[in-house]
Design a protein around this ligand. Structure first.
Ligand SMILES: [Fe+2]
Ligand SMILES: [Fe+2]
Length: 290
């Protein structure tokens, strides 16, 4: 039977955890369209991981009140993170562009709509791209792992627990540090962790960050219940998430992070938001900085 230590080792050696996408992202300043399309895919994926749906109820139905409480704490701590992520994404797209792309970075709705437009522009020709949601098939597949939280059956609940374990360890130790490295430490966008627009990363990163708290909760939850009857299902939930995430990072890395294409570099005035400033922004196209 798998132990918690073995599950954690599996997670920390998986390609989803060790993926080079963060190094590649740090290696160049992404052009605004690529950055926006990247944040559209990441934003939609992250949003799908936040709601608990029927997962805590499934734990309650198994008599696991403490586990349910620990998961509910994680879900509650996610409130407001969608707006914070949109603020950061809008700010970074503005920083990567020679002129303002998003006039209202405080408007989650407007920023998310704009990010999707750039995603459509760069990725809609890809096989399997969903024009309604603007999702790559790999993003949709990663999101579908979290749809299982609609199912409160014992089988789904054990798998969901494994998925939560992998999600929180990856978020705390790979995804958030990776974003901080690519976005802040790289110096490519001239931002600092204590900039007000960067509060999403500031809140998630480090020893007192949200992800540290989430990891602690979910490791505690799994450690107390892992046994021969549920270990295989918990392990399946771990693998389902990691395999889908590795495929997602592969796709984003290949399509948006690594390429140097003309399409991504050219500004598109038509997508700019805020009519009053568009006139001033219709300056000649600028060469990108990298
Ligand atoms: Fe969050
Ligand atoms: Fe988390």
């Amino acid at each position: 039977m798998l132990t918690v230590d073995e599950l954690v080792r599996e997670i920390r050696t998986h390609r989803a955890y060790t993926h080079p996408i963060w190094d590649h992202w740090a290696a160049r300043r992404l052009p605004p369209k690529s950055l926006a399309a990247l944040f559209h895919q990441i934003q939609c994926f992250c949003a799908s991981t936040r709601p608990g749906l029927a997962f805590p109820d499934g734990l309650d139905a198994l008599g696991l009140e403490q586990q349910s409480k620990l998961i509910r704490e994680i879900v509650a701590s996610e409130s407001g993170h969608g707006a914070d992520l949109a603020l950061m994404a809008g700010h970074l797209v503005n920083r990567s562009s020679p002129s303002i792309v998003f006039d209202e970075i405080d408007s989650q709705e407007k920023v998310e709509k704009g990010l999707k437009q750039y995603s459509d522009q760069l990725l809609s020709h890809r096989p399997g791209y969903d024009h309604t949601t603007g999702l790559l098939p790999e993003t949709a597949a990663a999101i579908s792992v979290f749809r299982r939280r609609n199912d409160a059956s014992p089988t789904a609940t054990w798998k969901n627990l494994g998925t939560a374990l992998a999600l929180e360890i990856v978020s705390n130790r790979s995804l958030i540090p990776g974003e901080k490295y690519a976005i802040v430490d790289s110096g490519n966008y001239g931002v600092r962790l204590d900039d007000p627009e960067m509060r999403y990363l500031a809140e998630h990163w480090g020893e007192i960050g949200a992800e540290q708290h989430h990891e602690k909760n979910v490791v505690e939850a799994v450690t107390a219940v892992l046994n021969v009857t549920n270990a295989d299902l918990i392990g399946e939930g771990v693998s389902d998430f990691l395999d889908a995430l590795a495929a997602l990072w592969d796709a984003l890395d290949q399509l948006l992070v690594q390429p140097h294409t003309e399409a991504e570099a050219l500004p598109d005035q038509g997508l700019r938001q805020g009519a009053t400033r568009v006139g001033a922004m219709n300056a000649p196209a600028h060469a990108r900085g990298s």
